[in-house]
Write a new protein. Structure first.
Length: 244
């Protein structure tokens, strides 16, 4: 009887250990903060809480006027801005277990075209021609906040484009666009969020307005989001706070 009691205790202890180590990490905690170097203008905080679909996405945040012209790019994840990702890509089909060059046209195609050519050469950043006109940083493992100073705030729009590699679902399947490696690296295309800033409040939330080109071959905005699932759960919310 005593032996049986010991067995029961051991089994319960083992189950408790398994449960502890199998818990899903909490999203939205341990947020990373980024700051730009501007010293004038209104202080604006852009923050996002990671959702259950978050898994090292690439993203970019920028400001436009109401005519749709890019005023300033505020943040780009470092891997996309530099063209150097955590896994080097060789011939579009081989991934090496080391950081290196990776050409990903379907990652953030909407912003990529809207911002224009980099030094008059290429739209997509590469190690030879990186994008350097914004704050950059490693992809946060959870949420993030970005503090920037903007000369113009009211009467502008803040946008964010988000993409996560190999994010398949029942609609965006591996064979939906055959023989296109750029699509296969992305699956569910990039999502674009936006909000117009006015003088009615100091807190605003970005909402989805469409998605980017699945193959990255254009900067077109597609407004049908009916086939999206986990991509919409990368971030729980994207919040803008006008701090002064």
């Amino acid at each position: 009887m005593v032996l049986n009691k010991y067995k029961i205790v051991l089994i319960i202890t083992a189950m408790a250990i398994v449960l502890v180590y199998c818990q899903v990490p909490k999203r939205g905690v341990n947020s990373v903060e980024f700051n730009d170097s501007a010293t004038s203008g209104r202080l604006v905080k852009i923050s996002a809480e990671a959702g259950k679909g978050h898994n090292h996405p690439s993203f970019v945040i920028w400001q436009e006027n109401l005519q749709g012209e890019v005023m300033r790019t505020l943040f780009v994840t470092k891997s996309y801005a530099s063209g150097i990702f955590g896994h080097e890509n060789v011939d579009d089909s081989l991934w090496l277990d080391r950081p290196g060059k990776s050409y990903q046209p379907s990652a953030l195609p909407y912003w990529t075209e809207r911002k224009g050519l980099i030094d008059g050469k290429t739209y997509i950043p590469t190690p030879e021609n990186p994008y350097v006109d914004a704050v950059t940083g490693a992809t946060p493992e959870a949420g993030f906040s970005l503090k920037v100073r903007l000369e113009a705030v009211a009467g502008t729009r803040i946008l964010m484009e988000v993409n996560q590699a190999w994010d398949w679902n029942e609609y965006w399947t591996n064979d939906r666009i055959p023989n296109n490696d750029a699509y296969k690296h992305s699956a569910q295309p990039s999502l674009i969020f936006a909000v117009t800033i006015d003088t009615s409040d100091s807190v605003f939330y970005l909402n989805p307005i469409g998605h980017g080109d699945p193959t990255g071959s254009s900067g077109k905005l597609y407004t049908d989001l009916s086939g999206f699932t986990t991509a919409r759960e990368i971030f729980k919310n994207i919040k803008i706070t006008i701090e002064n």
